[in-house]
Design a protein around this ligand. Structure first.
Ligand code: HEC
Ligand code: HEC
Ligand code: HEC
Ligand code: HEC
Length: 213
């Protein structure tokens, strides 16, 4: 289970205290690509596009009080290759939540029971629209455990290898042992890295957290 937010915040506070910064501006959703509070339906709120305190959609496993319309049953094309050891199935868990905006089939403003009209392809450059063909994207929604690391031979063991955040890869990056979109991204921008990355990828540090290359 991921648990980096609080400790990252403490780290930021400690760093600010050490260098004696007069003001503290830690990373947050406000002003990030996921700050959709300017939209007509959000009423100026930030969280309600994705979450609701009541009457949440509990159909997706691990969905945290979900408020956004989720992709209807569609057949995604998933990543495959001759060297892949993992068994990659249809997107599941928290990745389904990302895809509910990023697969371009459901409007970004379809939340709180409203139908919505604006597809993600119409926002910015449109590059956030992945479509339902994920064969050219890093694989997601599969078990990443000791057995997979052993079978592959060039992956760190997620149950023992440190993520560099606070604990192991499993604790900080996986969801019930699964690799998901949010294994690489922080939807809430807590770390403040470009592309909402969980770990900054300068020097390929994100990739090298899991891949022993
Ligand atoms: C663009 C969509 C989006 C917005 C906006 C958003 N969240 Fe989330 N949130 C998610 C997704 C997806 C997850 C599950 C994946 C994860 O935990 O990384 C999640 C997980 C959570 C969790 C459980 C895991 C954790 O990180 O502690 C909490 C609590 C939470 N969100 C609170 C909030 C609050 C409070 C706000 C507003 C200040 C907010 N979120 C805004 C999408 C969003
Ligand atoms: C409510 C809809 C919604 C959900 C749910 C959502 N996103 Fe986004 N996301 C957006 C929008 C809108 C943008 C801005 C697109 C643009 O400007 O091209 C965006 C941008 C991004 C970006 C680019 C950030 C940048 O700084 O340019 C990343 C990365 C991203 N999302 C990842 C995720 C991940 C991972 C999840 C799930 C954990 C997720 N998103 C869930 C709507 C959403
Ligand atoms: C293995 C790590 C990893 C996984 C898994 C991952 N991403 Fe990314 N993503 C990245 C990196 C690194 C970037 C930075 C830009 C690049 O290298 O293409 C990025 C960029 C993005 C962008 C910005 C692209 C753009 O051109 O606007 C979006 C949106 C995004 N990811 C969403 C997602 C979604 C949704 C998922 C799950 C379906 C996902 N990512 C899974 C690592 C990952
Ligand atoms: C949280 C862990 C994690 C991170 C971070 C991560 N990967 Fe992966 N990646 C994996 C796992 C696990 C597999 C599945 C390997 C297998 O089954 O052969 C994989 C698969 C791949 C594959 C496909 C291998 C094949 O045989 O087809 C490539 C290429 C790859 N990753 C590159 C990257 C790059 C580039 C980055 C950084 C942008 C990255 N990965 C970040 C865990 C990760």
């Amino acid at each position: 289970m991921r648990r980096q937010h609080f400790t990252q915040l403490i780290g930021t506070l400690a760093a600010a205290a050490l260098v004696g910064l007069p003001t503290l501006a830690f990373a947050q959703i406000t002003g990030s690509a996921h700050d959709l509070s300017g939209g007509a339906l959000s009423g100026g709120e930030i969280c309600n596009v994705c979450h609701t305190p009541h009457n949440a959609d509990a159909t997706v496993t691990d969905a945290p009080l979900w408020d956004h319309e989720v992709t209807a049953t569609v057949a995604f094309t998933v990543y495959s290759s001759t060297t892949l050891d993992a068994t990659v199935g249809q997107p599941s868990g928290v990745s389904k939540l990302c895809l509910s905006c990023h697969d371009g089939t459901v409007a970004v403003d379809a939340f709180g029971g409203a139908g919505g009209t604006t597809l993600i392809g119409a926002i910015g450059t449109g590059s956030g629209d992945f479509g339902i063909d994920l064969s050219n994207d890093h694989p997601i929604s599969f078990t990443y455990n000791t057995a997979l690391a052993t079978a592959d031979g060039e992956l760190f063991d997620p149950s023992t290898a440190a993520s560099g955040i606070t604990g192991t890869i499993d604790e900080d990056m996986l969801f019930s042992g699964n690799m998901e979109c949010a294994s690489c991204h922080d939807v809430h921008n807590a770390a403040g890295n470009t592309n909402l990355l969980l770990i900054d990828n300068a020097g390929s540090d994100l990739c090298l957290t899991c891949h022993d290359k």
